[in-house]
Design a binder for this molecule. Structure first.
Ligand SMILES: NC(=O)c1ccc[n+]([C@@H]2O[C@H](COP(=O)([O-])OP(=O)(O)OC[C@H]3O[C@@H](n4cnc5c(N)ncnc54)[C@H](OP(=O)(O)O)[C@@H]3O)[C@@H](O)[C@H]2O)c1
Length: 250
């Protein structure tokens, strides 16, 4: 790996890579630092054929992925991504393991899945009062349940709840709907984005072999009319993959 910014470094050591992705102290102690980690092709697609982001990943991207997971305390993910990517408990070099926190509106989850049964750090489920009571009760048996919001999930409220439990580092692994909602709510602090040297085009096959538009890293009903400005904090290159860290300007 070679670092291009902030200072050129032709051969980064593991310690230097660690330093490039060091987590800042949260600006506001009432909520954690929220970092997202996403990958895209050069033409902006979030997956290639197969419907999983692995299809646009690389060894260097995976190294950063593992590092970010191992240094986080909570891995926040939308239920769509957890399903598409077959999420189980995190298995990192850290002890204790970071908890997976699944965001869901409908709370229609398989409570017998390894994500709950095999977790050494209890999985967290974040939902709202609009989720069916029986589903919430079943989830509470196998996970830490955070109910925040009356008609929909109150993401800032859920993050405040995590902070009150001592959580300072939240890694959001998407997907695009959750990330779009986090950005719209003003909750994203920085974005680690890998651009993979690949062109996918407007259509790719999903897990079932059907063609679909894989979409981009942000989705959701809420537009960002004024845009959210970013500043480039670091840029690393390895085998044509560009790994940038973008700080959200406040
Ligand atoms: N390239 C990358 O870096 C990357 C990263 C992540 C995912 N992906 C890809 O993205 C695709 C999945 O996209 P997606 O948009 O479906 O993912 P998503 O945002 O993970 O999932 C959307 C679902 O999560 C729940 N959810 C998300 N935000 C919520 C909120 N604010 N409040 C309540 N519920 C919320 C809802 O589920 P309920 O139905 O349970 O209410 C919603 O239908 C997959 O193909 C995956 O491979 C790519």
């Amino acid at each position: 790996m070679r670092e291009l910014l902030p200072a050129a470094n032709p051969a980064m050591s593991d310690a230097e890579l660690h330093e490039a992705y060091a987590w800042p102290t949260p600006v506001d102690s009432s909520r954690p630092w929220v970092r997202a980690n996403m990958a895209t092709s050069v033409d902006g697609s979030i997956s290639g054929n197969g419907g999983q982001s692995d299809s646009i990943s690389s060894p260097a991207d995976k190294q950063v992925f593992r590092l970010l997971r191992a240094t986080s305390q909570v891995i926040l993910v939308g239920s769509g991504t957890a399903k598409a990517e077959g999420y189980g408990p995190a298995k990192t070099s850290a002890d204790p393991q970071p908890a997976i926190a699944l965001v869901t509106g409908r709370a229609n989850l398989d409570t017998s899945s390894p994500l709950f049964a095999d977790a050494t750090t209890r999985t967290i489920v974040i939902t709202s009062e609009a989720a069916p009571t029986d589903k919430r009760a079943a989830i509470a048996e196998v996970a830490d349940l955070i109910v925040c919001g009356s008609t929909g999930v109150d993401l800032p409220g859920a993050l405040r709840e995590l902070a009150s439990r001592g959580i300072q580092r939240v890694l959001c692994e998407g997907g695009p709907h959750l990330l779009g909602d986090l950005v719209a709510a003003g909750c994203l602090d920085d974005l680690c984005l890998t651009t993979s040297p690949l062109l996918v085009g407007g259509q790719a096959t999903d897990a079932k072999g059907n063609e679909h538009d894989p979409g981009r890293i942000l989705a959701g009903p809420t537009g960002l009319p004024n845009g959210t400005k970013l500043a480039l904090a670091s840029l690393i290159e390895a085998d044509g993959s560009l790994m940038a860290r973008w700080a959200v300007s406040r």
